[in-house]
Design a protein around this ligand. Structure first.
Ligand code: EPZ
Length: 428
């Protein structure tokens, strides 16, 4: 196990380059199963969720070659058995995407019930509802979902709530179905648009991605292509907030400013200067951070994946801020760790009340999930003294080389091996 040791209080300064979007990449890697020829994916983030996705593909019989750190050659024609290895599938939420893609190609799929960040209950009823609309049945046996259909017929798919994963799975299951499918109440995140663009570049017929109605006409054949993944809006937002929390001055490169609009608007509201260029944003703080109220919303609203990081920054603002995040049942697990650093936050259900204290004190803390871990790093960068962040494996699921990128901005952050206490006890 490893931890980050951060000596805080230094403003971040300089330039950082954003990697490919995790939540686009995991969907697009799964979607390669639908492709009838080999394809090449560029700007793939070097993160552990992608490593697991590639392991799943190769263990099922695909050819997966790393061309360079962020480029893969993938040929999935060798996959014959639509069954994802249980021990790999159960480790992450994105494994649900193999249901949609395997069903789309084989009309059959076996995938373990997903794991992933513990944000409360994360059912997949809407995914299964979408598959049923296309004519598929499902059973749950020993923790594995089996979805199957004699054939997939295009139809109306209506989601009861906004679901990113459900929308992604519906697109993949429908894009080779017979006839027209219409997805209503679709999620509009940039990673959904990126998946649709990837599939359309291969010859799919998907219109309306990025709006709440997506029309898909099934096709028989998808040709191989080379495709570049979009930059990660949440990684970019995380560095924007880190720059603000440390009162720094940072240029964040390789971004799509339009994807960051809700984050930019909120940062400006709390007194942060954000300058938007074509493919970069500059973030700097010239005065005190101000309080605000925030409610997370599906895109284009303020993303739930930015809530822990933004809330952490607000502990340094003047006044009382109110944060509502009801996208998930419980996305405030990190608050108890922030309290160790002197934060004054009370949580009632899906609402947090933050009394800005102006400063944080370094402390040993433990990451509870991916974005909570990023928030604790931001806290450590801003705090006086030394912060140790454990369970950094959560963070490395979604942030490429975060310690290296932060060092490049002047942060004093070290990666340290945590001795395995059990092992030491046994050997003594
Ligand atoms: C995706 O999760 C992302 N994960 C999450 O990012 C992100 O927080 C979330 O979308 C919302 O933007 C990936 O893309 C791999 P949902 P997903 O389906 O698809 C409920 C990160 O930090 N729901 O939009 O699981 C669900 O419980 C991760 O990068 C159902 O009830 O999110 C949740 O409360 C964390 N039934 C809400 O909807 C369903 O069938 C939104 O979930 C599906 C979802």
């Amino acid at each position: 196990m490893e931890k980050f040791v951060i000596n805080g209080g230094k403003p971040l300064k300089g330039e950082v380059t954003i990697s490919g979007a995790k939540n686009a990449a995991v969907a697009i890697v799964a979607a390669t199963i639908l492709c009838d020829e080999p394809c090449v994916l560029e700007n793939v983030p070097d993160i552990s969720d992608i490593t697991i996705c590639m392991k799943i593909l190769s263990s099922m019989g695909a050819v997966v070659k790393l061309v360079n750190k962020n480029t893969y050659f993938i040929d999935t024609r060798g996959i014959k058995d639509p069954k994802v290895p249980y021990d790999l599938a159960r480790t992450m939420r994105a494994s649900t995407y193999f249901l949609g893609t395997l069903l789309g190609r084989f009309h059959n799929a076996y995938v373990a019930m997903p794991g992933g960040c513990d944000l409360g209950d994360r059912p997949i009823d809407q995914h299964l509802k979408a598959f049923a609309s296309l004519g598929a049945q499902h059973e749950l046996q020993s923790g594995e979902v089996h979805v199957h259909a004699n054939e997939l017929i295009g139809s109306q798919i209506y989601f009861d709530m906004n679901t990113v994963g459900g929308t992604i799975n519906a697109i993949m299951a429908a894009c080779k179905a017979k006839g027209l499918s219409i997805i209503e109440n679709a999620a509009k995140e940039p990673h959904i648009v990126d998946l649709a663009n990837f599939l359309n570049s291969m010859g799919a017929d998907i219109r309306g991605a990025g709006t709440d109605v997506i029309k898909i006409r099934g096709v028989n054949y998808l040709k191989g292509i080379t495709y570049g993944i979009i930059p990660d809006q949440i990684e970019a937002g995380t560095y924007m907030v880190a720059a603000a929390a440390t009162k720094g001055d940072v240029i964040i490169k390789n971004v799509i400013p339009k994807h960051l609009e809700s984050i930019t608007a909120k940062l400006r509201k709390v007194g942060v200067t954000v300058i938007e260029n074509d493919e970069s944003v500059e973030v700097r703080v010239d005065g005190p951070l101000l309080k605000t109220s925030l409610k997370t919303m599906p895109h284009p609203g303020f993303p739930t994946d930015m809530q822990p990081q933004f809330s952490t920054m607000l502990t340094l603002a003047e006044g009382t801020s109110i944060i509502t995040d009801d996208i998930f049942d419980n996305r405030f697990k990190y608050v108890s760790e922030l309290r160790r650093m002197g934060a004054d936050i009370s949580v009632e259900g899906t609402v947090a009340v933050i009394q800005g204290t102006g400063s944080l004190q370094g402390s040993p803390v433990v990451a509870t999930d991916l974005r909570a871990g990023a928030a604790l790093i931001i806290a450590g960068l801003a705090a006086n003294g030394v912060t140790e962040v454990e369970n950094i494996h959560y963070i490395e699921r979604g942030y490429e080389s975060i310690d290296k990128k932060l060092k490049g901005l002047g942060a004093d952050i070290k990666r340290v091996v945590v001795p395995d206490v059990d092992h030491m006890r046994m050997s003594s």
